[in-house]
Design a protein around this ligand. Structure first.
Ligand code: CP
Length: 309
């Protein structure tokens, strides 16, 4: 299904593709842990364009391509490419797709990845477009949930923090609402998930906007905590009003279900106390590590297709 396709929105990924990605990511995870050397992408080149800062997305995509035996060419900041001289996304991508077999792009403008995919002759993977979406993050989030619970349905998920500007939750809610889940939305008033976005979701899930953390603490299976996206605020006075709204600490953790997990796309600022990193519920570093295996699976499915056993 995904062979030769771009992924700019999680809507570009069919539900059956989720399970194929999980299966292949599991195989690659085992292969890497066993120290296997893979050459499935030998001769293939990935171009990564990061016009906004990134640690996990860029490095895990590049690690994934290297682990598959492919090569990477990379622009790690806008000022080091001709974008700084005014080159358009269209021209940048025309060039990138003549130099590579697959392109990964992060850009501050919502819709940039969609635009890039229209001018590219090779698949484009959205590594985050402004406050839009982050679909490959969602795939690794789903994989992490699936590894823990063996399913991505019949769960109670609480999304917490910046639901307005946070692109990871925009993609994640679209994916999780395809299934019978309960999704609690917990945020400061000014950072609620936009109404137009919520109403565009064809949901099988029960979505509970305006939930309070206190009310969902004891019933939630997956806490998905997000950073307040300071860089997206037009007025920094508004940021000052919401800074420190949520802080996951030992006190909160003790009131959660034993089987619950805490996820976070990272980076974190002050919303998760590092003292709970060693708690068995802290899944955010496992989640980030899974980024490599899920991106290996995606690259392999998109560029090679077929089976991998
Ligand atoms: N989760 C995520 O997108 O992290 P980076 O911004 O470090 O890529």
């Amino acid at each position: 299904m995904l062979k030769s396709k771009s992924i700019v929105s999680i809507d570009d990924v069919e539900t059956e593709d989720f399970y194929e990605i999980f299966k292949r990511a599991s195989i690659f995870k085992r292969a890497v842990k066993e120290g296997k050397i893979l050459d499935l992408m030998k001769g293939k080149i990935m171009a990564t364009f990061f016009f906004e800062p990134s640690t996990r997305t860029r490095l895990s995509f590049e690690s994934a391509m290297n682990r598959l035996g492919g090569s990477v060419i990379s622009v790690s900041e806008a000022k080091s490419s001709s974008a700084a001289k005014g080159e358009t996304i269209a021209d940048t991508i025309r060039m990138a797709s003549s130099y590579s077999d697959i392109v990964v792009m992060r850009h501050p403008m919502e819709g940039a990845a969609r635009l890039a995919s229209e001018f590219s002759t090779v698949p484009v993977l959205n590594g985050g477009d402004g406050s839009g979406q982050h679909p490959t993050q969602t795939l690794l989030d789903l994989f992490t949930i699936w590894e823990k619970y063996g399913r991505i349905e019949d769960l109670e998920i609480s999304m917490i923090g910046d639901l307005k500007y946070g692109r990871t939750v925009h993609s994640l809610i679209k994916a999780l609402s395809r299934f019978n889940n309960t999704i609690n939305l917990v945020s400061p008033e000014i950072l609620r998930m936009p109404e137009h976005f919520l109403s565009s979701i064809k949901s099988k899930a029960k979505i509970r906007p305006d939930s309070s953390l206190e009310n969902v603490l004891g019933t939630t299976d997956v806490f998905y905590v997000t950073r307040i996206q300071k860089e997206r605020f037009v007025d920094l006075n508004d940021y000052q009003k919401v800074i420190g709204s949520y802080s996951f600490n030992q006190d909160l953790v003790e009131r959660m279900k034993e089987s619950s997990i805490i996820m976070h796309p990272l980076p974190r600022v002050d919303e998760i106390d590092p003292r709970i990193d060693s708690n068995k519920r802290a899944y955010y570093f496992i989640e980030a590590a899974n980024g490599v295996f899920v991106r290996m699976a995606l690259i392999d499915i998109i560029l090679r297709g077929g089976e991998y056993e």
